[in-house]
Design a protein around this ligand. Sequence first.
Ligand SMILES: *[C@@H]1O[C@H](CO)[C@@H](O)[C@H](O)[C@H]1NC(C)=O
Ligand SMILES: *[C@@H]1O[C@H](CO)[C@@H](O)[C@H](O)[C@H]1NC(C)=O
Ligand SMILES: *[C@@H]1O[C@H](CO)[C@@H](O)[C@H](O)[C@H]1NC(C)=O
Ligand SMILES: *[C@@H]1O[C@H](CO)[C@@H](O)[C@H](O)[C@H]1NC(C)=O
Ligand SMILES: *[C@@H]1O[C@H](CO)[C@@H](O)[C@H](O)[C@H]1NC(C)=O
Ligand SMILES: *[C@@H]1O[C@H](CO)[C@@H](O)[C@H](O)[C@H]1NC(C)=O
Ligand SMILES: *[C@@H]1O[C@H](CO)[C@@H](O)[C@H](O)[C@H]1NC(C)=O
Ligand SMILES: *[C@@H]1O[C@H](CO)[C@@H](O)[C@H](O)[C@H]1NC(C)=O
Length: 319
Amino acid sequence: MKLGVSQSYLSMELPWVKFLLWALLLLVQIHKHIACIEDERMGLLELKAFLKSKTNHTKPLLPTWVNDTKSECCSWEQVKCNTTTGYVIKLTLSSINQEQNYENPWYINMSLFQPFKELRNLDLSDNKIAGWLVNEESNCLSKMSKLAHLNLSFNRFDKEILRFLGALPVLKSLDLSYNFMEGPLSSHESNCLSKMSKLAHLNLSWNRFDKEILRFLGALPVLKSLDLSYNSMEGPLSSHELVNLNNLEVLILQENGLNGSLPFKDMANFSSLKILDLSENSFTGSIPPYIGALSSLKALSLYSNQLIGTLPSQGKNLL
Ligand SMILES: *[C@@H]1O[C@H](CO)[C@@H](O)[C@H](O)[C@H]1NC(C)=O
Ligand SMILES: *[C@@H]1O[C@H](CO)[C@@H](O)[C@H](O)[C@H]1NC(C)=O
Ligand SMILES: *[C@@H]1O[C@H](CO)[C@@H](O)[C@H](O)[C@H]1NC(C)=O
Ligand SMILES: *[C@@H]1O[C@H](CO)[C@@H](O)[C@H](O)[C@H]1NC(C)=O
Ligand SMILES: *[C@@H]1O[C@H](CO)[C@@H](O)[C@H](O)[C@H]1NC(C)=O
Ligand SMILES: *[C@@H]1O[C@H](CO)[C@@H](O)[C@H](O)[C@H]1NC(C)=O
Ligand SMILES: *[C@@H]1O[C@H](CO)[C@@H](O)[C@H](O)[C@H]1NC(C)=O
Ligand SMILES: *[C@@H]1O[C@H](CO)[C@@H](O)[C@H](O)[C@H]1NC(C)=O
């Protein structure tokens, strides 16, 4: 009420005061909307210096990231801030390293991400990173308490990375496709893996896991989508491996060495499964009628196996 009265008073008596106030308010708003946090600005510059020292590139690296107080870091390339708070929420640092060969391993220092307390989305894909350096005592990764989406695909990570990923409390999606990961997992690594209690989307395609990994992944309580295509899983798929994976919506096991009969009997309680890809394996025999139990199934791929016969009538609507 009071504000309305004083505003109308101002607009009647002193229109320019009102105008000035609005202009000022607008300025403050604009400033508030785009201003980045000073600690984060410094953090980005340190990160750039580190990346520059560790990687090889043919064109200038992140040229908009300059040490100039007038330069607004929320408008820098590959940086996204929350427009209200100004905190960095997304960093897209894919294909920074243009090194052509795989003979020069480099390690990324994860302490450099500590300044970004609101970071939700980090893309480090396609950089030929061999691992990361962490200060064990400071346990720096767990400080990335908001990180929900992490893309580490097209790098050279091995399974040791799992020890650090387990400390990310709200990680929802993890892309580790095209890395150098293989089993068996140590008990410490599998224990860390099972701590990813929010992980819903996991891409492990193009690694070298055998089918034992499935049992460890069964410990992930909210896993919905799993891609293990182009790995080294051999032999038959049984209830032993599939136990606890029955909440999956997407399961992609394309191009492995799986054989024996199709595992639909052991998947009878996979009632949420929408997409199943078992193509390019060595499954034999006919398509069992149990497929009818997969009530949510929308897409099924079985090409390039040694199967005979046709889909049972319950499964016909899938084609
Ligand atoms: C940025 O410039 C300031 C002032 O010139 C300097 O103190 C600081 O060390 C520089 N920071 C980086 C990361 O280059
Ligand atoms: C960059 O190239 C130099 C020279 O070929 C090499 O010594 C160095 O290890 C490379 N760095 C990375 C990160 O590949
Ligand atoms: C930005 O931050 C505000 C306040 O914390 C939050 O309510 C909003 O959802 C955030 N927006 C984005 C896009 O993260
Ligand atoms: C990583 O970076 C932090 C902060 O810049 C530094 O204190 C630490 O010594 C670095 N760790 C390694 C192993 O280089
Ligand atoms: C991760 O990065 C790769 C390469 O940059 C990209 O193809 C892929 O779609 C990304 N993954 C996700 C889940 O966004
Ligand atoms: C997993 O990653 C591979 C390679 O990056 C990609 O082709 C595939 O579409 C991804 N799978 C899912 C389910 O997104
Ligand atoms: C299935 O694959 C395993 C491992 O490659 C092999 O030892 C076994 O003989 C195969 N079984 C059949 C029936 O082909
Ligand atoms: C699903 O079926 C498997 C074997 O048929 C069983 O071991 C498992 O406990 C079942 N899971 C649920 C949640 O009923």
